[in-house]
Every structure is written in C-alpha cells, then in structure tokens.
Unconditional design. Sequence first.
Length: 81
Amino acid sequence: MTVLWGDALEMLHCEDRGVVVGSQEYWYDYWLIDDGVLTQGAVNELRNKAMVLNADTVLLYAPKPFSKSVTFLAKVYLCHP
C-alpha cells in the first residue's frame, strides 16, 4: 500500500476508488499519547479502508487539526492492477 501527499493530477493514470477518512482519538487519556502514535493509527485506518475498496494507493489531504485526535481525509486509487 502506497501512502502519498501530493496532487490528484498525479493520479490520472489510476482508477479512483473513493474517499476514506482515518481517525485516531483518545479523549480520556490524550495527554499520555504521543502525536506520532495518533497519526500512525489514523494512517493505518486509511490503509485498512483502502484495502476494503481494493485500492493500492492513498492520496492524503492535509490533516484536520483537533486537540485530542488526528483525522485524515484521503482519496484512494487502484494504480497497479
């Protein structure tokens, strides 16, 4: 699974498989959890949702800022059939 930051124009040769949201949050103990752990959890959720859509590439948009969570919105594509 490829995870990219970039421009949708780079995906012109790929098949659009949809939009996914990945989020990781810890509202009760967020001050104990490193931002990197939250970010990795959100990206892992994107990967899992992309696999369900038979996608092999995730194109990330800018993360949504929250104080107790990390949320990503991404387009997923099938680029290598």
